[in-house]
Design a protein around this ligand. Structure first.
Ligand SMILES: Cc1ncc(COP(=O)(O)O)c(C=O)c1O
Length: 400
């Protein structure tokens, strides 16, 4: 009898963490490395949020709380959904977890049975397929195309649905492409979903606030109210408030699902950190004006990166609507050889050679289920981004 559970044998360690670790190792060894792999904003958590946490500690909010969130935070989330998304939930339809990732993990673990299927458009956030595998179910990967802006078409969604489909995972703005769906683009998908009552929708809205050029964010339960009673609308404070380390995520959905999530959470982590919950009340209810500056800064960085990458030989970089990622194609360098003699047969070879020869850490597209591409996170200072793009241009200019 082996030590490791069979369920875990199906799961790979996170490839984005692997590249970050490799870049860190090279930096520690004295190499000049620019890391563009990180999935978190480089801004500090706003001061009013930090202050709310300090006050919570001083008040003694340092004990166990209700498993799936304090009433004050649930009320703040109810107001947020109403105010920003036009979605009406009761507090009993809200769950709070230790990050959006835990909410997602619990929802899938609490509902999936062996043999059931989950539709995941690719390129996808790396955790979706692995969580589905851990739950003993089968990820059904549906590739999107660069020509479609990396967005799933109604036809491709309809073709992927079977009687075994339990969930459809939807992520807009997307990690890794930054693509965000307009209301009309969501509507064609929800029109398909309405016809398949066995399919639940998991909408991962974690990048909601990071959209550019006056893009209007919408979410499936808002676009098609008929889907609300089989949708989990997931969100969190990590990306919008630069609170990745505080570990607070939340979801709104039908009571039986919310109860099942709470049962699972009660037997694993119990409540999310009490202090972080109070800080999140302030994040959601306090001033939101800092966001305008962050969004402006992200938009400038996106524009710079897109423009510079499109000047690199063999690279083509679409301009995405949101998040802080771009997902350029490296098709033009595949099959060629780098200055130091590495044969670039795949996007992984491209990322490895780029790190070794120019000290720029990006994540290869295969990790997200669509090649030949790579992901750049532009959540870093403008000078570092400029230098990284110059190095990519040089790397590509020297490929023969
Ligand atoms: C698409 C997506 N969903 C969910 C998460 C989870 O965020 P957290 O667990 O920090 O709330 C991330 C984090 O990188 C993400 O990129």
């Amino acid at each position: 009898m082996g030590l490791i559970a069979h369920a875990l044998e199906r799961v790979k360690p996170s490839p984005t963490m692997a590249i970050t670790a490799k870049a860190r190792e090279m930096k520690a060894a004295g190499f000049d490395v620019i890391g563009l792999g990180a999935g978190e904003p480089d801004f500090d958590t706003p001061d009013n949020v930090k202050q709310a946490a300090i006050e919570a500690i001083k008040r003694g909010e340092t004990k166990y709380t209700a498993v799936d969130g304090i009433p004050e935070l649930k009320r703040a989330i109810v107001s947020k959904f109403q105010r920003e998304n036009g979605l009406t939930y009761k507090p009993s339809e809200i769950t709070v977890g230790s990050g959006g990732k835990q909410v997602l993990y619990n929802a899938l673990l609490a509902t999936l049975n062996p043999g059931e299927e989950v539709i995941i458009p690719s390129p996808y956030w790396v955790s979706y397929p692995d969580i589905v595998l851990l739950a003993g179910a089968n990820p059904v990967i549906v590739e999107t195309r660069e020509e479609d802006g990396f967005k799933l078409t109604a036809k491709a969604l309809a073709a992927a649905i079977t009687p075994k489909t339990k969930w459809f995972i939807f992520n807009s703005p997307s990690n890794p492409t930054g693509a965000a769906y307009t209301r009309d683009e969501i509507k064609v998908l929800t029109d398909v979903l309405v016809m398949h009552p066995q399919v639940w929708v998991l909408s991962d809205d974690i990048y909601e606030h990071l959209v550019y050029d006056d893009f209007k964010f919408t979410t499936p339960a808002q676009v098609e109210p008929k889907l609300k009673d089989r949708t989990l609308t997931m969100n969190g404070v990590s990306k919008a408030y630069s609170m990745t380390g505080w570990r607070i995520g939340y979801g709104g959905g039908p009571e039986p699902l919310i109860k099942a999530i709470s049962t699972l959470q009660s037997q694993s982590t119990s409540n999310p950190c009490s202090i972080s919950q109070w800080a999140s009340v302030e994040a959601l209810e306090g001033p939101q004006d800092f966001l305008k500056d962050w969004v402006k800064s992200f938009q400038e960085r996106r524009d710079l990166v897109v423009s510079m990458l499109n000047q690199a030989k063999g690279i083509h970089c679409p301009k995405p609507e949101g998040a802080f990622y771009v997902y350029p194609s490296c098709k033009g360098v595949i099959g060629r050889t780098s200055r130091e003699g590495t044969k670039i047969a795949t996007d992984e070879d491209f990322a490895t050679a780029l790190l070794k020869e120019e000290g720029v850490a990006v994540v290869h597209g295969a990790a997200f289920g669509l090649s030949p591409f790579f992901r750049i996170s532009y959540a870093t200072g403008i000078e570092a981004l400029e230098e990284a793009c110059r190095r990519i241009q040089r790397f590509c200019a020297n490929v023969t």
